[in-house]
Design a protein. Structure first.
Lengths: 364, 364
DNA sequence: ATGGTGTGCAACATCGATTGTGCAAACTCC
DNA sequence: GGAGTTTGCACAATCGATGTTGCACACCAT
């Protein structure tokens, strides 16, 4: 019991009266190929089991230069990324490998350093989620010959899976404008009689695409879009609070519709909104491009777009495993359509291009 | 450029006209101890740099039997655990090691298997958060001589850091009962004129302690506690919805106070609460033993207890690094006291034993 | 008996870094 | 100038598992 720990194949070999190589073959399953008698293999496996042997994975990885580690780099542990991480973990473990999840805090240097680190661990594959500097990272991986894939933030040099932000934004905008109709029974032409886009970062493709989708639909519905309606200035919660507060001042009240880009912005905006009287809130149609369960339970209805994290991750694995060339695959999000009265949501998956028909259609 | 990759110290040695051992010493910083001339060391480091050398960590780990990996096992990626993970990551990287975060889905077998896996990776230390079967895991780690520590769920056999659930619950209960007074201007003696405890799992110490704290304060305030007031039946969201719905039926309305144990239960309860008219909600004082930012922004005030994840993790590191014997260290949570009118919260740290004074006191 | 074909396993080199040991050359000191 | 010390580095063993090679033996057919 209190003997020195850490059995090795040599210990087992000794106890089994066999050679280390035989033990190795027996234990790693290659014994059939290596023409070890079944009896021998079973005997060795038995001994290993009751000796509590477990292989030294460093040694194995050193020898085989495959570590069985698969890593995921993400910016932070928010709801969306955490969901991604969860799904990722499951998928990796289903493949009998070990998931490693690292947050790099949106710091490009941290990202580079982490990739370098992981390279030294002969990581088997690498997932980048919401990465800050995709191209550079891809080159780094290519140099180290590490298969990799990008999720949520596309990369020109590697397979990528992203949400169809443009279409999602279009549909969310459509839904917001419908609610506006219902709430107002018609729409005037004042500066408040339109939808404002709040939050995001225009240097990121996802924000750009959402703005594009927003714009598409605004032009389709209202015939025009004043650039001043797009306040894609920040993902920061506190700044968002300020932005909407300023907007409120400027307009002399809430606009009739708000397109809120991400849950952090949502939270920031809510800090301000919570101070407003009920009837003002109920005169505005809200949409959030992110899913936040509590959003369904506020004192006013909020439509929400939810990215399909499971699908995103699964497609990413598919691309990785099929050794895909650099392509960008788009996944349609779901919309949580808020009942205006109940605050209860109806979940509706979205088909590609569905918005263009002017209708949200359920898939068959 | 397109040559075979993966430089080794042998390659560098060749190019530097030195021996591999000299290169090794130069690169890993031990060159001073090994009496390598500074000039030589610098020359080698220079060459390594522009050759893009990076050490094979498997080889190093195999030789030194220290991997530089520190792992965290947690049940799932919810808000609390994700925060823990975030803090953990930072702390580990601050120590120049590599954080590994794995979720085991509340499955004891998964936990055991994962620990076994990590053992094989010669992990340097192991953090268990909210583990299901602490004692068994501790024994496993002891056998493998892996330093380890428990967070949030205590273990009798290893150092543990947990939130002072009992005191937190006491204070939350106190806060709820205060709100009740304010809302009702006095409290009757009907079955609804009291606080109900909703959610949790009595097989877990945390729930037991929270129930104990709840009970302490109820007896202090009301003189008695009917066991039927404690519905610590589940952490499951859907079950929680059902439980509160049943309670509502049974009592013919909401009780005057609700102690909600965890955010998942909160979310479940809200699904039901969202269907109630405003005045019923405003006649009930809510408290949640978990922090959920959106909770501050509902149409009724909710007091919340927030565990100090940063402190929990930091104390855990402290215990680990001081090679602590099995002790259980308690960390006081914070309370987010909801303004009854505004829904805005006041954050108040809690001192140990503060509740017993009948007052919540700020630390000095 | 002889050669040919399988079968079952052991020997040994190897992955890349670390580290104890040894040994020249340079440098002291009397 | 010879003994002793220091400086600077190379050699070689080692961590534990893998996989190629090769050898001994058994079995079969001619």
């Amino acid at each position: 019991m209190t003997e020195k720990n850490k059995k090795t194949i040599y210990d087992i070999a000794l106890r089994a009266g066999a050679s280390p190589s035989t033990v190795s073959a027996a234990l790693n399953g290659t014994w059939k190929k290596r023409r070890i008698a079944q009896a021998t293999a079973e005997r060795i496996i038995g001994i290993a089991n009751d000796d509590g042997y477990s292989a030294n994975l460093q040694a194995r990885a050193l020898r085989t230069s495959r570590s069985g580690l698969v890593a995921l780099l993400m910016p932070e542990y928010n709801r969306f990324f955490s969901n991604i991480a969860q799904t990722f973990s499951r998928e990796v473990r289903a493949r009998n490998q070990c998931p490693i999840i690292i947050s790099t805090e949106r710091n490009p240097d941290e990202e580079r350093a982490t990739v370098a680190d992981l390279t030294s661990w002969s990581i088997d594959a690498l997932f980048f989620v919401g990465s800050v500097a995709p191209e550079e990272l891809s080159l780094q991986c290519q140099a180290a010959e590490i298969p990799h894939v990008f999720v949520d933030q596309p990369c020109a040099l590697a397979p990528s899976v992203i949400t169809d932000n443009r279409n999602g934004a279009r549909i969310l905008t459509q839904e917001i404008s419908r609610s506006m109709m219902r709430l107002a029974g018609g729409i005037g032409t004042g500066p408040r009689d339109t939808i404002y886009f709040l939050g995001g970062d225009r240097s990121l493709p996802s924000t750009r695409n959402r703005v594009a989708g927003f714009s598409d639909e605004m032009i389709a519905q209202f015939g025009r879009l004043d650039p001043g309606q797009v306040l894609a200035t920040t993902y920061d919660m506190d700044v968002a609070t300020q932005t909407i507060s300023d907007l409120y001042e400027r307009l002399g009240g809430l606009p009739r519709g708000l397109f809120i880009n991400s849950d952090s912005v949502f939270e920031g905006a809510l800090r301000f909104l919570a101070t407003l009287p009920e009837d003002e809130l109920n005169a505005c149609a809200f949409g959030c491009f992110d899913y936040e369960p509590f959003g369904q339970l506020l004192r006013f209805p909020v439509h929400m777009i939810r990215q399909r994290h499971k699908m995103l991750v699964q497609r990413a694995f598919a691309l990785l495993e099929s050794n895909s060339p650099p392509v960008i695959e788009q996944v349609q999000p779901e919309i949580y359509r808020a009942g205006v009265m109940t605050g209860q949501a109806t979940v509706v998956p979205i088909r590609p291009g569905a918005a263009s028909s002017g209708e949200i259609t359920n898939p068959v």
